[in-house]
Every structure is written in structure tokens, then in C-alpha cells.
Ligand binder design. Sequence first.
Ligand SMILES: *Cc1c(COP(=O)(O)O)cnc(C)c1O
Length: 393
Amino acid sequence: MTKDWKTRTKLVHEGTRRSQYGEMAEAIFLTQGFVYPDAESAEARFIKAGEDEFIYARYGNPTTRMFEERIAALEGTEDAFATASGMAAVSGALTSMLRAGDHVVSSRALFGSCLYILEEVLTRYGVKVTFVDGADLDQWRAAVVPGTKAVFFESMSNPTLELIDITAVSEIAHAAGALVICDNVFATPVFSRAVEQGADVIVYSTTKHIDGQGRALGGVVCASREFIRKTLEPYMKHTGGSMSPFTAWMHLNGMATLDLRCRAMADAAKEIASALEGHEKLSRVIYPGLPSHRQHALAMAQMGSGGTLLAFDLKGGKEAAFRFMNALEIVKISNNLGDAKSIATHPATTTHQRLPQDQKDALGITPGLIRLSVGLEDAGDLTADLMQALSVA
Ligand SMILES: *Cc1c(COP(=O)(O)O)cnc(C)c1O
């Protein structure tokens, strides 16, 4: 399709396939298999399936294919492969390209399940993994050596919203011949410019902003056609982590509003962060869109936005944080993010509960820290809810 379409046009139309009925809305092909007109066609399709030919939904499905083409066009990669969850995308991207003896360098501040893949799974199969402090470019320079196969990082870390400089890390990686794999969930595909900044493989948990309404679990890997079809697809189709056509169909519907949603959430996040900054009960407010954020300039250069999440630290520690959460009336207590509903999370006792204390300290996960995923409610209502909850904290 037309490649010079702008984001919003792509989000509505890119990748749409219409059946002979000419349906307006994207059709859901809730089928696992496909019927061949004759035995010769079946044989031919197994030798090489054409553009509009499918074999089995684990390999590909017309509805899933629409979603893959739409997100690839949005991200600016040649191709994409949709997976059953964000973790199927992360583990697939890494495992499909690595073998025993390979070396990977990863930032240490990772989503718990990503850390498990790198620390437990890959090492079990003889892959060597070196962890670095992702914001410290000298550590990347020291750890990436000629022959390093891949670098992995989350472009904005959870929950303390620290950015990794994609351009700088990609330069270091490419000089050594390593592939750059970027988990870009917190940046969202709307604010992502990861391809032009040098990332080779971009991974999303579509469970987050892309679904955006807390209904579906999904993931996607965006990369060159070579990586997707030669490296990832054979691995995914034989190990079984493909996306359900039903999920792809929900994502296709949701994507029409993805740009509007992410921008509205980011605008509200900035408004809320500004209102909270300097509050007497808070020791710090972390939002990359505020000039006070240590990496504000990098956030603006990399994403053109501070994103849809913020974090803040209550001076009264865990007790104050719990009183605050329990007093919230609009904001929900949960651990998802990127949802239409605003969500407060207490990382120290939930998502990051199992981290040893020294690692919590190193990552800045203090007892008073709250992560807020800003939703689509009125920003004034949200600010008022947070303020009244702070007053009783
Ligand atoms: C949620 C998340 C994942 C995992 O995605 P699932 O869809 O829950 O499997 C991976 N990385 C990051 C940064 C996430 O936020």
C-alpha cells in the first residue's frame, strides 16, 4: 500500500484485505485451516504459499496478516509477526536468532519476565549474557565486543521511566556487528522512531496500548523481511506462539484510535505530572516530559513526548503509598498499563516484589513509589482524584 501515508491514515487503512463480499470492517477469519481447490494446489502451497494463500493459523491467518501489515507500516519495518503475548514476542525474537556460545548484552532494568528469559532461559542453553546499566553508555561500550550477537533493552524502563539512548546504543552494537532488539512498550508505536534511530528488531506487548482496553493478550515483532520470515517465522510457527485471529481482529479495531489515545494519554500525563511536581507529600515526580527529568532532552529527541506513564514517590513510604491507593476513586489499582482506565501500581509489593532488596535499591524501587498509567479520563478529574488521595495519605 501507499508508503507516504501519515500515521493516522495507516492506522485506519493499512493492511486491510477484503473478501469477495467487500465488507467495510476488517473481517475476522476465525478459522484454523484452509481448503485447497485440488491436490495440486495443496502441494504447490506447501512448496511456496503466495501472498493471499494460507496453510494453517499457527503459520498465518488473513486477519492476523492484516494486523501484521498495519503495525509494520506504522513502525516502518518491512514486516512483522504477531504473537500470543508480549513475552512470546520477546522470547521468540531472542531464542530464534541465538544458539549456544552466542553472547548477548542486555540492560539490567527489565520487566520481570524479560529478565527471566535472559537470565534463566538463554543461559540454560549456553548463551552468555552480560548485564549493564542501560543509561551508562560506557558500560555498553565495555560489554559489547566483536562477535556479540545481539543487544537487548527496554527503551524506557519500568517503573522508573529511565530512557535508553537507542541511537547511541545502536551505534555501539552495529560497530561490533550485533543486532539491536528493542522492547518498545513504554514508548508506544505512536511515539516510536526506533527504526530511524537504529533498532533492528522492535518488540511490543500489544496487551498494552495497542489493545488499550484490557481485553486481549498479544505481542508483535517488527523487523526486516529477512529476520521475520527467515529467522523468526520458522521458530514461531513450529513452537506455537502465534496470535489468535480474534486478538488480531480486536487490535485492528483498536488501532484506528491508537494515535488519538496515546496522544491524549501523554497530554494528560504531562498535565498531571506538572500538577504533582513539588507536592509536599512527594519526594520526587518522575515524568520524562517534564524539564526536571534528567533525560528530558533525550525523551524529546527520541519520542517527541514524555509518554503515557509517570511515577512518584510518597515521603511516607509503603504505609502512605497504600493509604493513597486505597483512597483513589477513579484510578484503579492494577498492574496493566496503556489502558483507557488509569491504573496505579505499587511496584515494590507487586510487579517487582520478588527482586532482592539491593536490586530494588539500584533500580530506585522505593517503598513509597507509585507508577501511574494515565488513561483516557478527563485530566482534571484525574488530578483531583490524585490530590484528594494524597491529602489522606
Ligand atoms: C507487559 C510487558 C511485557 C510482556 O507482555 P505480555 O503481553 O504481558 O506478555 C514485556 N515487556 C514490557 C516492557 C512490558 O511492559
